[in-house]
Ligand binder design. Structure first.
Ligand SMILES: Nc1ncnc2c1ncn2[C@@H]1O[C@H](COP(=O)(O)OP(=O)(O)OP(=O)(O)O)[C@@H](O)[C@H]1O
Ligand SMILES: [Mg+2]
Length: 245
């Protein structure tokens, strides 16, 4: 672990009941860094984020945030100490307005509502365009920005984002990714970005982890992962079991 590490996970073993999905995954994240996690469908990316936020508790391994061991803490406690999470699906309250969705971001966390609303509006100015609109009627990209805004209400140190580009047009993806990069570079927030849209995600990332079947397969700086021919094979799910020693 280096001094700049904000979030460090080691040897995570987790799953659902008897079914083990993560077989000893590790990951580290520094302040202001965007780290992308890619891998084939079903390899455990969402399960990893659920384990980091505490929806699932690992049977082995350790999670350290800002030097504190949070492995056995509840989700609510993790939100309080600076983890934020935007799930893969159903990440806005559809019948609530944008503003009400943002307010939900402070339900479990103490914070000055007015100050935080203003701060998030400054970070994501486009929210003002649909501030009083019902979230369920917004476009997919707008809903993602509302979900990001809700997570930012709690002033997180780390954001865990599960496929923020899912279902978005290329233009909306660019907008959402632009916000993610800025939140990290300008706000100092560390971001773990799980993505299917590997090329675009790598373009805004500092580093990348490639998972396969619940294990770390490769990691490195984003440019070298993007240029690695093995990544295409793993990512497409081909040759994975066949070329393992
Ligand atoms: N709630 C659950 N109960 C039981 N099994 C689950 C549950 N959620 C996921 N799984 C299983 O765990 C494995 C990993 O799922 P996970 O959602 O972590 O994959 P993923 O890498 O995020 O995939 P995708 O790219 O499709 O989002 C899959 O085999 C999936 O069927
Ligand atoms: Mg997933």
């Amino acid at each position: 672990m280096s001094a700049s590490d904000l979030l460090v996970a080691n040897g995570l073993v987790a799953g659902y009941g008897e079914m083990q999905i993560l077989h000893g995954i590790g990951l580290r994240l520094a302040q202001g860094e965007v780290v992308t996690v890619i891998g084939p469908n079903g390899c455990g990316k969402s399960t990893l984020l659920k384990t980091l936020i505490g929806i699932i508790h690992p049977t082995a391994g350790k999670i350290v945030l800002g030097g504190h061991d949070i492995t056995s803490t509840q989700t609510r406690a993790r939100l309080r100490v600076g983890l934020g999470y935007v799930p893969q699906v159903r990440n806005v309250f559809a019948t609530m307005t944008t503003e009400e969705n943002l307010l939900m971001g402070l339900v479990a966390i103490p914070g000055n509502v007015r100050e935080r609303l203003e701060a998030v509006r400054e970070i994501l100015p486009t929210l003002s365009e649909y501030w009083n609109a019902t979230a369920g009627r917004l476009s997919g990209g707008q809903q993602q920005i509302v979900a990001l805004g809700r997570a930012l209400m709690a002033s997180p140190k780390v954001l865990l984002l599960d496929e923020p580009s899912a279902g978005l047009s290329p233009k909306a993806t660019d907008e959402v990714f632009g916000h993610i990069r800025a939140i990290s570079s300008q706000g100092g927030v560390g971001v773990v970005l799980v993505e299917q849209n590997a090329h675009k995600a790598l373009a805004i990332s500092d580093r990348c982890y490639v998972l396969a079947e619940g294990r770390n397969r490769l990691d490195g700086d984003a440019a070298s992962i993007a240029a690695n021919p093995e990544v295409g094979r793993i990512y497409l799910g081909a040759g994975d079991a066949a070329d393992r020693p």
